[in-house]
Design a protein around this ligand. Sequence first.
Ligand code: NAP
Length: 266
Amino acid sequence: MSERLQTHSNIWITGASSGIGEAVTRALARGGHRLVLSGRRAQPLEELKALAPERILTAPGDTTSKEDLRGIANVLENHGDLHMAILNAGTCEYLDITHYNSDVIEKNIHTNVIGTARCLDIALPALRRTRAKGLPATLVIVSSSAWWFPFGRAEGYGASKAALTYFAQALRADLAAEGIDVVVVSPGFVKTPLTDRNDFPMPFLVSAEEAADRIVSGLAKGRNEIAFPKRFTWMLRMLGTLPQALIDRMAANMARKSTTEQENNG
Ligand SMILES: NC(=O)c1ccc[n+]([C@@H]2O[C@H](COP(=O)([O-])OP(=O)(O)OC[C@H]3O[C@@H](n4cnc5c(N)ncnc54)[C@H](OP(=O)(O)O)[C@@H]3O)[C@@H](O)[C@H]2O)c1
């Protein structure tokens, strides 16, 4: 039986101000945990604090800013031992291949990879201090299953999440000796403000509440890889076993279809 979340834990959540992070915040608050919430917008964090003002602190900031992270570190220090950091803040910017612009790639990588890596500057020392007291310490990184298949327009997003998953799994190897768990969360499509902008069909879309349930129950069960919904992630895994030439043909067909639909809609 996993020790994670079995007692009331101190948890830092980034990207708590909307979507999956907000739903995970609500689920953990219901479970009686003590939370520190981050995101750039202070107002939604304050609204979430009202769920349990005695157990929730807000620490607004940009996770790509080292200065903002120093401010967040001060809040974390006032919150007691850190048992879990859920690094969920992220963005998704699509590339328009007819007007290729590397800024799109940079934005995805900067927020999703560099921002998450910078969060570790403050999370890792705090988790190490907790672990040194013999308590469980868990680092949770919200990646995506999007990079398991070469989806057109997702060059920047997919590359950032592939990098993030590699980063997390290599950290898992390095931190195993210290007994710090590293969990990778790989959602399929989840209905949030991020996907509300998508103008293409999203198979097996789940609600943010369902995503939060999967994440929190996977964490409590001690899972280090949490991927959902299963019908989507299994389909992607199956596609991944096909010969590359076949994958390329399918991906090109999908990209062509999506471009045609956009042209028809626009
Ligand atoms: N929705 C999906 O289908 C899906 C699928 C797979 C993976 N994911 C991943 O799940 C995570 C959450 O996404 P979501 O769908 O819940 O999107 P969302 O509703 O847009 O939430 C993104 C969160 O990240 C925060 N954020 C973004 N940039 C930030 C920055 N530089 N500094 C601090 N906070 C920042 C946002 O808060 P502020 O705007 O207040 O800063 C917001 O709270 C992301 O990592 C995303 O890639 C989502």
